[in-house]
Design a protein around this ligand. Structure first.
Ligand code: PFF
Length: 459
């Protein structure tokens, strides 16, 4: 049985917590990077399409499994399959994924915290473009500094998770998500007022389909997965704490809409800023946010130094908060497993997961410096973890969950879950069922096969 403490107290709280998991560095850092390197508007259109056709159905699938199961993900699979214990192993997906994803995500989150700190102490002022590049390379490859900031992020995350579902996760989302929106809107306003902002808008909104190829399509699918946090069982874990009156389809669409809106607004902050200086290009890649942007803030607002200060500070604080609301959901995945299955107290479970993630995170951080040459399957630790999470577990996990719900679970159970036992209408139910039975497994198989290089000849 769910105890009251193990349920999100309100519908809004539950939606904000799920949206908090979805909205993260994937929106503010990865989305602009991917959009920039994949040609702009055409990529965005395809991404939104995949969000609707694939991301939302898988999200709803995770919601249905988690909420039906109630107490914990492992038992959720067993219960939903009609008591077949054999499906319990699916609960291991979030357990393992939580460790892996948090370990490398916390490294980048740590960078954002360091940049927020630098912005706060006015560390960007008077720097030249070369300084920004050199400083970022020196910082990210240092053996101690980024590890220190990564650990602070994990400690903050651990503190929130240890406080529990209502007092920690829900309250954190209720405070940080609205603040995040305010920060975004302020920054969009400032960015649109920059010279040449219209060039940034054209890049974002005027599609050039000649740039679309199979790799752009597959990147858009991958981005939709990562951004919505689907496939790892993260939303399944949160849905265990959903109340019975949540409309899984409608509220899933709300979460996806918030996530997409934040991604687009981040684009509205970043691309007008990039185009405001002649010579800068939107396809700078992952360093866009850590090298290109601080440089833009200094150059554009250089003679109004307080504006450069404020813009940088708000921007990096925004990144930190977005990262935190996601890292909370990552830690919760593994901590919930220990808490529920091994009956450890919630704080102890959170601390154990945190310590392991700090250790793994240190290896990931060192892969930018001292351990650059330490590789496994040709990848450093950071890239390897990202590969395993985003390119292996997300597609396979998403596909398995769709197959589970579409083919294994009794249709009456699914229908009852989607309609809250017949108390609400679910007009998209048949479309949803078609997608999880046929379309999603097939599409995901294609992404996966591509990642394994089976379609190399298409590129
Ligand atoms: N969706 C998050 C982001 O966009 O940053 C990342 C993420 C969170 C991925 C939780 C996976 C996850 F389980």
């Amino acid at each position: 049985m769910k105890t009251n403490k193990n349920v999100f107290a309100s519908k809004v709280g539950a939606i904000l917590a799920a949206a908090g998991s979805a909205v993260g560095l994937g929106n503010v850092w990865r989305f602009p990077t991917e959009t920039g390197t994949n040609g702009g508007a055409a990529f965005i259109l395809i991404y939104v399409l995949f969000m609707l056709l694939l991301g939302v159905p898988i999200m709803v699938t995770e919601f249905a499994i988690g909420r039906h199961g109630g107490e914990d993900v492992t038992h959720a699979f067993e219960k939903m399959s009609g008591g077949q214990r054999g499906w319990r192993w699916m609960g291991l997906i979030p357990l393992v994924s939580g460790f892996l994803v948090l370990s490398y995500y916390a490294v980048v989150a740590g960078w954002t915290l360091y940049y927020a700190y630098e912005a706060l102490i006015g560390g960007f002022s008077g720097k030249s473009p070369e300084d920004f590049t050199n400083d970022f390379v020196a910082f990210s490859s240092d053996s101690l500094q980024p590890v220190f900031w990564m650990m602070i992020i994990i400690i903050l995350t651990c503190g929130i998770v240890a406080l529990g579902v209502q007092k920690g996760i829900e309250r954190g989302a209720r405070i940080m998500m609205p603040l995040l929106f305010v920060f975004i809107l302020v920054l969009v306003g400032c960015s649109l007022a920059l010279p040449n902002a219209s060039k940034g808008l054209t890049f974002l909104f005027q599609p050039d389909f000649s740039k679309v190829n199979s790799s752009v399509i597959l990147s858009a699918m991958g981005q939709a997965f990562f951004s919505l946090s689907v496939g790892l069982g993260c939303l399944c874990t949160y849905a265990c704490y959903f109340r019975k009156d949540i409309d899984l389809m409608k509220d899933g669409l709300s979460v996806a809409s918030i996530d997409t809106l934040v991604a687009l607004l981040s684009g509205l902050i970043i691309f007008p800023a990039v185009y405001s200086i002649q010579g800068l290009q939107p396809d700078a890649g992952p360093s866009l946010v850590f090298i290109t942007l601080p440089n833009v803030f200094q150059q554009v607002f250089g003679n109004i130094s307080w504006l450069a200060y404020l813009f940088s500070l708000i921007f990096y604080l925004l990144l930190v908060m977005a990262a935190l609301t996601s890292s909370i959901s990552m830690l919760e995945m593994s901590a919930a497993y220990f808490h529920k299955n091994l009956h450890l107290s919630r704080p102890l479970a959170a601390v154990i997961v945190s310590v392991v993630c700090m250790l793994l995170g240190t290896f990931c951080s060192w892969s930018f410096g001292d351990w650059k040459d330490v590789t496994l399957f040709g990848m450093g630790f950071f890239d390897l973890f990202d590969y395993i999470v985003a390119k292996l577990i997300m597609p396979i996990g998403g596909m398995l969950m769709c197959i589970f719900l579409g083919w294994v679970v009794d249709e009456k159970v699914l229908c009852a879950e989607m309609t809250n036992n017949g108390t609400i209408k679910s007009p998209l139910y048949s479309t949803y069922r078609f997608i999880i039975r046929y379309f999603a497994p097939l599409c995901i198989f294609l992404i996966f096969a591509n990642e394994l290089g089976l379609f190399g000849f298409l590129k």
